[in-house]
Design a protein around this ligand. Structure first.
Ligand SMILES: [Zn+2]
Length: 56
């Protein structure tokens, strides 16, 4: 059984943050990046984007 993965896509630059999750919230996922896109540095509001759940 695969862990679910989550893909956060920055609407500004299209940069992607992929994380394997278990019980993480988007806020927890973004915490290592200080809530910013790791490509362009724009602040990402967890409520601003949809979660794309994919089975790995
Ligand atoms: Zn970005």
């Amino acid at each position: 059984m695969a862990f679910p993965s989550i893909q956060i896509i920055c609407e500004k630059c299209g940069g992607r943050i992929n994380r394997i999750i278990n019980v993480k919230s988007v806020k927890d996922i973004l915490r290592p990046f200080n809530g910013r896109c790791n490509s362009c540095g724009v602040s990402l509001n967890p409520s601003d984007f949809d979660l794309h759940m994919e089975k790995a």
